[in-house]
Design a protein. Structure first.
Length: 344
C-alpha cells in the first residue's frame, strides 16, 4: 500500500546513502544480538540504500512491496506498480525485470509475493483484491478464489488499498496465507483478517480457514507476514504519522489455535473468538541507526516505509530476515534494505 504520496515538513535536500554496514569487523556480526541490538530478540547487521532512486532496463527500481527467495537463491522483489525484479542476493543489483498485468492488460497494485515450489509466482493485487499465479515470464496461469466479504466495496466490505498485503506459504507448502492490511467494514478497529487456502490437484488452491489478528493501534496495518518452519508467523505492523514519521514493529504470531472466523460476519470482540496470539519482538525505531539519514521526520533516521520481508536463512540460532521499504517513488522517501537477525 502506498501510505502517502506527499509528506509534510520533508527535508528533500539530503542525498541517498549508498550501502552502509554496522561499525566493527565482519567477525563481530555473530555477536550482533548484543552489539547491534534492537531488542533482546532482534538485531540489525547493516542496511543498504544502494538501489535508491535508480533505474534498470528503463524501469524505476523502487516501490518495493514484497520479497521472496527464488529457487536459484536470488531475490525476487515485487514493486506495487506491476513489475517483478530479480536481484542478486549479495549485491542487490537487478538482473531482470518482468512486467505484470491482469487479464485485461491493466496494471496491478501488486503487494504480496510467494515463489511456489515449481518456481511460479503467486502475487496479490489490492485492486479487487486478487491472487494470481504467474509464470516466470509474467503470464497468468491461475487465479485463486477470494471470499466475497474481503472484496473491495461495493462488491464486498473491504476498503480500496487496504486489502491483501502479506502472502506466505506455511510449512509443507500446502497452505497459503494472505493478510489483509486493515479491517473490513463491520469489524472492530484493528481486527485484521488472515485468509488461508489449501492446495488441491494441479497446484490450484481452494478457500480454507480464516483467522483474526489484532494490531496494537488503529493506525497500524499489516504490510507483511512470513511463515516460520514451526507454523508460527513473523508479522510486520506499520503506520505513519505526518510530522512524526513511521512506526514499524515486528511480532511473533501463532495462528495454530486461533478461531476460524470465516463464518463470523462481524468481529466485534465477542467472547469465544480466539485471536492469533502475538508477541512483540522489536520496534524498529529502537534499532541503532548505524549512521542512516532520513529525508523527512522520523523517530529514528533508520526508519522508512518498511513494507516487504523475507526469511533468507538461519545461522547460529537466529533467522536472517531481510526487510525493504517502499519509497513510493517519492523524493523524500528511501528504498532501503535492512538485514536483521531474529531469535524466536
Amino acid at each position: 500500500m502506498r501510505l502517502r504520496t506527499v509528506l509534510a515538513t520533508a527535508t528533500a535536500g539530503l542525498a541517498a546513502a549508498t550501502c552502509l554496514t554496522a561499525a566493527g569487523p565482519a567477525s563481530a556480526v555473530s555477536n550482533s544480538l548484543t552489539s547491534n541490538a534492537c531488542s533482546s530478540s532482534v538485531s540489525i547487521d547493516r542496511f543498504s540504500d544502494a538501489l535508491d532512486k535508480t533505474t534498470y532496463d528503463g524501469t524505476f527500481v523502487g516501490n518495493f512491496s514484497a520479497l521472496a527467495v527464488d529457487k536459484d537463491g536470488s531475490l525476487a522483489a515485487l514493486e506495487d506498480r506491476s513489475s517483478l525484479f530479480d536481484l542478486d542476493a549479495k549485491t542487490l543489483q537487478p538482473e531482470r525485470v518482468v512486467p505484470l498485468a491482469d487479464e485485461n492488460g491493466a496494471a496491478l497494485d501488486s503487494e504480496g509475493l510467494v515463489v511456489d515450489r515449481d518456481g511460479t509466482r503467486l502475487i496479490t493485487s489490492e485492486t479487487e483484491p486478487s491472487i494470481r499465479r504467474y509464470s516466470v515470464d509474467g503470464r497468468i496461469l491461475d487465479r485463486l478464489p477470494v471470499p466475497s466479504s474481503l472484496l473491495v466495496a461495493p462488491a464486498g466490505r473491504a476498503v480500496s488499498n487496504q486489502t491483501f498485503e502479506g502472502l506466505t506459504l506455511l510449512p509443507g507448502g500446502r497452505t497459503l496465507l494472505a493478510s489483509m492490511e486493515y479491517p473490513i467494514a463491520g469489524d472492530t478497529s484493528g481486527a485484521v483478517r488472515f485468509q488461508t487456502w489449501t492446495r488441491t490437484k494441479g497446484d490450484h488452491f481452494k478457500l480454507a480457514a480464516q483467522y483474526a489478528y489484532k494490531t496494537d493501534a488503529a493506525f497500524l496495518g499489516v504490510p507483511e507476514v512470513q511463515a516460520l518452519p514451526d507454523g508460527r508467523l513473523l508479522v510486520l505492523e506499520r503506520g505513519f504519522t505526518s510530522g512524526v514519521g513511521n512506526t514499524v514493529r515486528l511480532y511473533l504470531a501463532d495462528p495454530r489455535h486461533a478461531t476460524d472466523t470465516s463464518k463470523i460476519d462481524a468481529l466485534t470482540g465477542q467472547p469465544g473468538v480466539r485471536l492469533i496470539k502475538k508477541t512483540l519482538l522489536a520496534d524498529i525505531a529502537d534499532c541503532p541507526s548505524l549512521g542512516a539519514t532520513a529525508k523527512q521526520p522520523q523517530p529514528n533516521p533508520l526508519l522508512d516505509n518498511i513494507e516487504g520481508m523475507v526469511i533468507t536463512g538461519k545461522e547460529k540460532g537466529s533467522y536472517k530476515v531481510l526487510l525493504v521499504s517502499d519509497d513510493n517513488q517519492n523524493a523524500v522517501q528511501t528504498t532501503r534494505f535492512y538485514y536483521l537477525r531474529v531469535r524466536v
